[in-house]
Design a protein around this ligand. Structure first.
Ligand SMILES: *[C@@H]1O[C@H](CO)[C@@H](O)[C@H](O)[C@H]1NC(C)=O
Ligand SMILES: *[C@@H]1O[C@H](CO)[C@@H](O)[C@H](O)[C@H]1NC(C)=O
Ligand SMILES: *[C@@H]1O[C@H](CO)[C@@H](O)[C@H](O)[C@H]1NC(C)=O
Ligand SMILES: *[C@@H]1O[C@H](CO)[C@@H](O)[C@H](O)[C@H]1NC(C)=O
Length: 166
């Protein structure tokens, strides 16, 4: 009887400690490529931006997530977006270099980048991959560990994204 109780207790503890299976999420973003006037050193200059922001929006995902980014080009330049450092294991067509994995997205057109974030975590960046447009069309990609997993370092007091542009 004692051994049966022990067995049941073991089963219960195994059940209660089994991690809850977490579904990989789909993270959707909308990137509108628009020209915007900005003032720098007293002069207004038109620059190409994503959603009118410079640097552009940050993409947040967890390892294992699927990321879907609908890019619509309202600028007069053809464009493509490259997810720098992101391993595109079975979605090479979503890598972004113009004339290598895709034709550029022409003015007035959209292209949907659809990729899985596999086996990676950390902070990377995305940028335009055609002509000189990356100078203003860029932003961060933050990949957090899977739900319930921690970073391989103690919890920091705060977080900040730093993007260096030249
Ligand atoms: C930027 O400013 C110029 C000069 O004032 C103007 O002609 C142009 O339409 C503006 N462009 C945008 C996108 O606001
Ligand atoms: C992408 O966004 C554009 C502009 O909002 C829209 O017309 C198009 O239907 C979207 N594409 C998809 C696949 O959702
Ligand atoms: C955009 O791409 C199309 C098709 O390749 C090309 O005909 C057009 O000249 C390009 N536009 C610019 C501004 O480079
Ligand atoms: C992403 O992963 C899911 C699940 O494994 C798979 O069904 C889907 O085809 C993958 N998508 C891409 C774009 O590789």
């Amino acid at each position: 009887m004692a051994s049966l109780f022990f067995f049941l207790a073991l089963v219960v503890s195994l059940l209660s400690s089994s991690p809850i299976a977490t579904e990989a999420a789909v993270k959707r973003y909308k990137f509108e490529i628009v020209v915007k006037n900005v003032s720098r050193l007293c002069h207004a200059k038109p620059i190409v931006t994503v959603n009118g922001r410079f640097p552009g929006p940050t993409i947040y995902a967890r390892a294992g997530d699927r990321v879907v980014v609908n890019v619509t080009n309202h600028a007069q330049y053809n464009i493509s977006i490259h997810w720098h450092g992101l391993k595109q294991f079975r979605n090479g067509w979503a890598d972004g270099p113009a004339y290598i994995t895709q034709c550029p997205i022409q003015s007035g057109s959209s292209y949907v980048y659809d990729f899985n974030v596999t086996g990676q975590r950390g902070t990377l960046w995305w940028h335009a991959h055609i002509l000189w447009l990356r100078a203003t069309v860029h932003g961060a990609i933050v990949i957090m560990p899977e739900e319930g997993q921690s970073f391989p370092f103690p919890q920091p007091h705060g977080e900040a994204e730093i993007i260096l542009g030249a």
